[in-house]
Design a protein around this ligand. Structure first.
Ligand code: ADP
Length: 409
């Protein structure tokens, strides 16, 4: 007896077993029965003609019918069903056919099932990959939206906070001036406290505004001749008190390029250096050393700010430049500017990066890793284009900035 006939002989018991085992619920069974019969007929055809491709239409229909919920639950539906159908065929043949007929049947249908399984697995994999890629692109879109609303929030919050702050600032300044005219007393300390609080708040709000300007590519640069050595030594003078409090050594080298004139926005470049240098103070223990060095590269001047601090783990060396990308424990947050590991709002580095990039330069961090016992240190590299004249305002938009020199303002 031919294999196709053997298959026809066991069709009845086979199909009732398949339906009992695989289809639950009478509504499902009816449709399933049609599908199963279609599969069985294709199997017989494939055997008669000797071409497994007869199974293709039914396999294709099954494999592409995987629903979104199947995919999101990660079920391997059709492959599993095919496996079960194969097991049932094996059981039914053994129970209903002689041993030699059953063996004969298996010899013929095994390659067909292997063919079907391979095909289904490939289609299912493709369907899953395209589902995952779509999920990923949806997530990316949602993240972009989230980032945009975060940046909008920052901008609105900063502007809202600015108005009452300006009022408090004005009144407390008046209070201070009034008090100076009268006898000195304890009230001085209180007023100074209020004033310090206001100054810090002003710093945070200014940072929020800068971040939103950078995000929206609205940072306006005022290109003027600058000398990096001069800027850095001014900064060292500003922070001399912090180095002293933390007993840190500041080693500012006179490097090639430090006395070279170049065009950049002095205030913004100073701000970027200040953010990086105050971090070096914060994340270096008492008694550590901070070194500033540099060199000339083709088209750029590179400044390096190295410290002997806690270092940065390799996986975090990019993340620290993202908004609110600080790595430390939130409970360690401190409004103190230079306290050891006193994290801030997490905006200092994104602003520094935004400023350097708006100039057409780059900023990155290198460190052997994070270690609070051995202090491997970190080095921040700042590359600033060596402009010997201010950029043409026409090209300023290329950097996503506005210059204060001409038409684009
Ligand atoms: P923060 O206000 O938290 O200092 P920043 O944007 O200035 O925010 O820095 C982001 C994070 O990068 C910090 O919270 C800190 O974890 C890490 N970091 C920055 N500079 C250094 C450094 N010199 N050494 C070690 N970690 C640093």
């Amino acid at each position: 007896m031919g294999v196709a006939e053997l298959l026809e002989r066991i069709q009845e018991p086979w199909s009732s077993r398949v339906i009992n085992r695989l289809a639950r619920g009478s509504g499902v069974r009816e449709n399933f029965q049609t599908q199963i019969n279609r599969f069985y007929d294709s199997l017989i055809q494939a055997i008669e003609i000797g071409d497994p491709a007869w199974l293709d239409p039914v396999i294709l229909d099954w494999a592409t019918s995987t629903t979104v919920s199947d995919l999101s639950e990660g079920q391997k539906n059709i492959t599993a069903i095919l496996n079960q159908i194969f097991t049932i065929t094996y059981e039914t043949a053994r129970e209903n056919l002689s041993e030699s007929d059953a063996l004969n049947l298996f010899g013929t249908i095994l390659p067909l099932f292997t063919y079907a399984l391979e095909k289904v697995a490939r289609i299912e994999m493709e369907t899953r990959v395209s589902y995952i890629s779509k999920e990923l692109s949806d997530i990316q879109k949602r993240m972009e939206q989230l980032d945009k609303s975060k940046s909008n929030f920052i901008s609105v919050a900063a502007h809202e906070l600015k108005t009452p702050l300006t009022l408090i600032e004005g009144y407390s300044a008046m209070l201070r001036d009034q008090n100076k005219k009268g006898p000195a007393g304890q009230i001085d300390v209180l007023i100074d406290g209020v004033y310090n609080g206001i100054t810090r708040l002003r710093g945070i709000i200014d940072d929020m505004i800068d971040v939103s300007l950078i995000d929206n590519k609205l940072l306006s640069l005022n290109f003027q001749p600058i000398w990096l050595g001069q800027l850095l030594s001014l900064l060292r003078t500003e922070l001399i008190g912090s180095f002293a409090t933390r007993k840190q050594i500041i080693d500012l080298n006179k490097f090639p390029g430090s006395d070279q004139m170049l065009f950049a926005d002095p205030e913004r470049i100073y701000q970027a250096f200040r953010n990086i240098l105050t971090n070096a103070v914060k994340y270096t223990p008492d008694g550590g050393t901070i070194s500033i060095d540099g060199r000339i590269l083709p088209g750029f001047i590179e400044v390096t700010i190295s410290d002997t601090g806690i270092g940065i783990a390799p996986e975090s060396q990019d993340r620290i430049f993202e908004k609110f990308g600080q790595l430390g424990n939130i409970s360690l947050h401190s409004s103190g500017k230079t306290k050891f590991k006193g994290g801030g709002a997490g905006l200092g580095l994104p602003i520094a990066k935004g400023i350097i990039e708006a100039h057409g330069g780059t900023l990155w961090a290198e460190s052997p890793g994070y270690d609070e016992s051995n202090f491997p240190g970190s080095t921040f590299h700042i590359l600033i284009p060596m402009r010997t004249e201010p950029p043409d305002p026409k090209y300023a938009k290329l950097f996503g900035v506005e210059t204060e020199l001409g038409e684009t303002k």
